[in-house]
Ligand binder design. Structure first.
Ligand SMILES: Cc1cc2nc3c(=O)[nH]c(=O)nc-3n(C[C@H](O)[C@H](O)[C@H](O)COP(=O)(O)O)c2cc1C
Length: 166
């Protein structure tokens, strides 16, 4: 759908973004219904002072409203040995099989589920939330963090990938 003479279509935008490698993270939280989470790439550092991440979640996903209500979340950046866990968290068919059965999970200081062995895990409190088009943009103030050895899991052009060191 063209939105103006100089505008690009949603498909053109998606296609160009598919060419950009992104670090893969599991975005997780806890609420009354239990632990929940999804595979994400739309996550990056927003500000260093204060330490803040921005995460972008499709508003039409059932977890989106739960996440905002939960108020806290964890971002677990995966290693290239954790692609199977990323696959488990990338579909809502997780209702039938609990994706938290895979991996070594425990609750962090905020109560959000934190994955052992993730290259970096950040626990965040939602400071601000914005609605923009299809997504919720959440600014998360970092409350706690953990690091582990390993290389980032990447995603590009529909495939999970490894970092190549020159
Ligand atoms: C590599 C990858 C990255 C993703 N990144 C995001 C993201 O940043 N934000 C988001 O809302 N959904 C993202 N998704 C989609 C969600 O993981 C997915 O919609 C969610 O797990 C629910 O599954 P469903 O779409 O089958 O209902 C991504 C999926 C994959 C495979």
């Amino acid at each position: 759908m063209k939105t103006g003479p100089a505008a690009i279509s949603v498909d053109e935008y998606k296609n160009a973004m598919r060419h950009v490698a992104s670090a893969v993270a599991l975005l997780t939280f806890r609420d009354q219904a239990g632990w929940a989470g999804l595979t994400t790439t739309a996550i990056c550092s927003a500000t260093t002072e204060p330490p803040t991440l921005v995460v972008c979640v499709r508003r039409d996903l059932p977890v989106a409203s739960r996440l905002r209500a939960a108020g806290v979340f964890a971002v677990n950046f995966l290693t290239d040995a954790q692609a199977d866990i990323a696959r488990r968290f990338s579909t809502s068919s997780q209702i039938e099989c609990n994706p938290f059965d895979t991996g070594d999970w425990s609750e962090g200081a905020t109560g959000a589920p934190v994955l052992a062995g993730a290259v970096s895990s950040f626990e965040c409190r939602i400071e601000r939330a914005f609605e923009h088009g299809s997504h919720d943009l959440l600014l998360g103030l970092v409350q706690d963090l953990k690091m582990a050895p390993g290389e980032n899991l990447l995603y590009r052009d529909g495939f999970f990938r490894r970092l190549l060191t020159e």
